[in-house]
Design a protein around this ligand. Structure first.
Ligand code: A3P
Length: 321
């Protein structure tokens, strides 16, 4: 049996038999509610949809893979935890953002159909923070009408592709060959990729943010890099914890950005030597963090093919990537 079919219930197997199926270089995929999943992740998505008990104050951090999830997790934790810790005793200094904010379908519901969620409020604050790569409509089924706050981080698809290539080769201990990149490029372009098609994924959150801006915030990695203070303040306001005048005067915004910078986080002992509960080295989540790195790896033809597809798919939405 394919490893990715472990822990799939008979009911989910029956569902899978009725779904569109395909595969990529890592395993079998099936398309559920418009999104491609490995079978065990689909099981986790379904367990989440059936069993998650939302709380109105929950915060869900959503993203496409390799779009700045680690950064968004760190910033959110730092926002919620500010003023509760002296700077030397901050949770981000002793744990990785992925250890503090777990993925719903990639950690919690992957391990159990009814995980214990009691320890996942952001330590002394009472709000729970979770992450996901599910598209918005699938996530919403599990939220069952609860007015949770949902933040989506989006990134240019070419940079996310290169980031994923590095990440996958590192954690699977593969040589970084052009062949692997080319097969990932084909998956991205065809839409048949884990959590793909990326355009449908991003559009679900984009449209959700337009329809319900007080519950869905759409952020872009590139804008966050360009104007971090502006967007951190936007995030704080959206989450209902805006910076006070005194905080602004005491440079609290800059202190959070500094604490959550790629350099600061990646230099910490926990992030140099620790691993996720799935056994992935934390250090693999930190690389260059640059906008436009894909230029160094994709041919002009590959770049223009991705650009053309994304432009076509997003046409009329008001969103550009
Ligand atoms: P690169 O591979 O382009 O460097 P995710 O967190 O969704 O897995 O995304 C990983 C990408 O975010 C990587 O991009 C990584 O370097 C970048 N990243 C991680 N932490 C960051 C931070 N604190 N600030 C900015 N970028 C960060």
């Amino acid at each position: 049996m394919n490893l990715r079919e472990d822990n799939v219930s008979e009911e989910t197997k029956k569902l899978i038999s009725s779904l569109p199926k395909d595969k990529d270089c890592r395993g079998k995929l099936c398309k559920y509610q418009g999104c491609w999943y490995y079978y065990n992740t689909l099981q986790a998505v379904i367990s989440f949809q059936n069993n998650f008990q939302p709380q109105d104050t929950d915060i869900i951090l959503a993203s496409s893979p390799k779009s700045g999830t680690t950064w968004l997790k760190a910033l959110t934790v730092a926002l919620l935890e500010r003023s509760k810790h002296d700077p030397m005793n901050h949770p981000l200094l002793s744990d990785n953002p992925h250890g503090i904010v777990p993925f719903l379908e990639n950690n919690l519901y992957l391990k159990s159909s009814t995980p214990d969620l009691t320890k996942y409020s952001s330590s002394s604050s009472s709000r729970r923070v979770f992450a996901t790569h599910m598209p918005l409509h699938t996530l919403k089924e599990g939220l069952k009408g609860s007015p949770c706050k949902i933040v989506f981080m989006c990134r240019n698809a070419k940079d996310a592709l290169i980031s994923l290539w590095y990440f996958r080769c590192k954690y699977q201990k593969l040589e970084m060959t052009r062949g692997i990149l080319e097969s990932m490029f084909e998956s991205l372009c065809s839409g048949v990729s884990f959590y793909g098609p990326i355009w449908d994924h991003v559009l679900s959150y984009w449209r959700g943010s337009l329809e319900d801006p007080s519950h869905v915030l759409f952020m872009k990695y590139e804008e966050m890099k360009e104007e971090p203070c502006v967007h951190l303040k936007r995030l704080a306001e959206f989450l209902g914890c805006p910076f006070t005048e005194e905080e602004e005067e005491s440079r609290a915004v800059n202190k959070i950005l500094q604490l959550c910078s790629l350099r600061s986080l990646s230099d910490l002992e926990i992030n140099r030597t620790g691993k996720t509960s799935n056994g992935v080295d934390y250090k693999f989540y930190f690389r260059k963090g640059e906008v436009g790195d894909s230029k160094n790896h994709l041919t002009p033809e590959m770049e223009s093919k991705i650009d053309m597809i994304i432009e076509e798919k997003l046409k009329g939405s008001g969103l550009s990537l």
